[in-house]
Design a protein around this ligand. Structure first.
Ligand SMILES: Cc1cc2nc3c(=O)[nH]c(=O)nc-3n(C[C@H](O)[C@H](O)[C@H](O)COP(=O)(O)OP(=O)(O)OC[C@H]3O[C@@H](n4cnc5c(N)ncnc54)[C@H](O)[C@@H]3O)c2cc1C
Length: 381
């Protein structure tokens, strides 16, 4: 077992760090408070080869590993926490599912614009009555000629206010076996994007309703029986959420550490108070432990999809650790940490969301417990 990165991965991480320090650190605070998706950043990242890191070269990607993409998130977030979302969108989310299961025609139609940073794709799973119990989703795909008519409502969808295309989870028939997915363009007739709402993090989402939307057969990604594959692909998205939780926790930690080495009270540096030293020691232990779990899940996946169990353990731990570290860093910085002049409060708000998004901490712990006891526990009555 080797806990060092191979030299080429270290070089890659360092090159992304330099890129981020030069191009993304300036304007990082404004970017965090801007509502719009940073398409300018996405285009710069595309030129730098940071979109499609894990996607095959034949599909226009870089042919790298999942760990490479994790390293990119960390290196970008160290300079600009908000820009880490662009690494997520270009590598971990529905774009990865499209690259994994999409047809040549679907990839040709969408991947080029997504990988050039000109467009973004959303995943629409959650519905008003189907949150944690996502298999209760109602959005229906009814056969119509060669294609389907889709009806239903999606909520909380990240990027929904401006996404070009949605990877929508739909129901072709009853039960878990009836679930699959399709690509629906947001400009398609019958797609209605509602009034934008904001999460506590400032990110916008809008209700998406599908009203008799015709979806041609070539836009089907997974048919009936596709749910397991869909969730296997979604575990990549979870790794991205895990990496951002830890990376934003680390950003806040580094800011607080620097602050503790310059701020004086009672005639001493904050770093000299033992009560604060122990907070830093606790934070450091959480960050290091989280990193090991995250790297294990990503490295074992290599060029494939990560293990559900390792992903659940890494995500539940890092979601909690990232939030706790960011929150404690804010405390160490006092009123300055709580102020919007600093990005630490932003990190706290973002980390809070990942404890809910992409499989809440509780749902992941249910999964971990199933592994512990070697049996499944139905959550239904
Ligand atoms: C920042 C953010 C981004 C998101 N982005 C997307 C997106 O891009 N696409 C998308 O489809 N959705 C997205 N979501 C939605 C997200 O997936 C859901 O919010 C999540 O699945 C939880 O569903 P819910 O909000 O309906 O809560 P509920 O399912 O109603 O759960 C409420 C609480 O009960 C707990 N709970 C529920 N069931 C159990 C159980 N069996 N055991 C123990 N505890 C349980 C939950 O953990 C939670 O704490 C996003 C959410 C957030 C916050």
């Amino acid at each position: 077992m080797d806990f060092q990165l191979p030299p080429e991965q270290e070089q890659f991480r360092d090159s992304v760090r330099r890129f981020a320090a030069k191009h993304l650190a300036p304007g990082a605070l404004d970017r965090a408070h801007a509502v719009a998706y940073p398409f300018d950043v996405a285009k710069k990242m595309a030129q730098q080869g940071l979109l499609g890191i894990t996607i095959a070269e034949t599909d226009g990607g870089q042919g790298g590993t999942l760990l490479d993409a994790v390293l990119a998130i960390e290196a970008v977030a160290a300079s600009c926490p908000r820009s880490a979302d662009v690494v997520q969108a270009g590598n971990f989310g529905p774009i990865r599912v499209l690259a994994e299961y999409g047809t040549a025609l679907q990839k040709k139609k969408f991947l080029k614009r997504l990988l050039s940073g000109e467009a973004v794709i959303s995943v629409g799973m959650t519905e008003p009555e189907a949150g944690s119990a996502v298999t209760e989703l109602k959005t229906s795909a009814t056969p119509d000629g060669d294609g389907y008519r889709v009806n239903g409502t999606k909520i909380f969808t990240t990027h929904s206010a401006y996404a070009e295309v949605i990877l929508a989870y739909v129901r072709y028939g009853p039960g878990v076996g009836g679930i699959g997915s399709m690509l629906i363009e947001t400009r398609a007739k019958g797609v209605k994007i509602g009034r934008p709402s904001a999460f506590m993090s400032g990110e916008q989402w809008a209700e998406i309703s599908f009203q008799d939307v015709y979806v041609p057969p070539e836009m089907v990604v997974l048919k009936e029986g596709g749910f397991k594959k869909q969730i296997a692909g979604f575990n990549v998205e979870r790794i991205g959420n895990t990496a951002r939780s830890l990376a934003l926790g680390r950003y806040a930690f580094e800011r607080a550490r620097a602050w503790a080495l310059e701020r004086r009270q009672f005639g001493r540096l904050l770093a000299e108070f033992q009560g604060l030293q122990w907070k830093f020691a606790d934070m450091k232990m959480k960050l290091d432990a989280g990193e090991l779990l995250l790297y294990r899940a990503a490295a074992n996946a290599d060029r494939g999809l990560p293990s559900p169990d390792e992903t659940a353990i890494a995500k539940a731990f890092c979601n909690q650790a990232g939030f706790e570290v960011a929150n404690e860093s804010l405390q160490v910085m006092g009123g300055t940490g709580y102020s919007q002049e600093e990005l630490v409060e932003y990190c706290v708000r973002r980390c809070r969301g990942w404890m809910i998004a992409g499989g809440s901490v509780e749902i992941l712990k249910n999964r971990i417990a199933e592994g512990v006891f070697g049996r499944s526990f139905s959550q239904r009555q």
